[in-house]
Unconditional design. Structure first.
Length: 133
């Protein structure tokens, strides 16, 4: 679906290139910004793959993964993403809007390649319908 591919491409661009205006902010804010969008991109992908299954208003990545497993939905998640699901869940709105919240920069650097790889795989395979999504 063209809209889905554009949506995924936007997130990949945000994560990999970061918009120039984000560079005006301090280092902590930039890492929080990236962490927030990592969580959002992963959440949206999981929900998109699980279309037709009731995910309700679940926002926690680790809970979404468990719910998908219960519904026999294969999310095609790497071990790296599965192992970091709980920490990624914490990067939701708190990472962007909670002024005192600071993400672990090293953890963001560790998780970024896993999410980027996943988004690229999903966007490529959604178009080809190889994942039966």
């Amino acid at each position: 679906d063209e809209d889905f591919l554009n949506f995924i491409s936007l997130y990949v661009k945000e994560l990999v290139l970061m918009e120039p205006d984000i560079r005006l902010f301090d280092d902590d804010y930039r890492y929080n910004y990236v962490a927030f969008y990592l969580e959002q991109a992963l959440e949206k992908c999981i929900k998109s793959i699980s279309i037709g299954n009731d995910m309700g208003a679940i926002n926690d990545i680790d809970v979404l993964i468990l719910k998908a497993k219960e519904m026999n939905v294969d999310l095609h998640l790497s071990i790296g993403l599965q192992n970091n699901a709980k920490i990624i869940s914490l990067w939701g709105e708190d990472a962007l809007y909670e002024l005192q919240h600071k993400v672990d920069k090293e953890k963001v650097k560790e998780v970024l390649p896993y999410v980027e790889e996943y988004l690229k795989m999903i966007s490529k395979n959604v178009y080809k319908r190889e994942l039966n999504i």
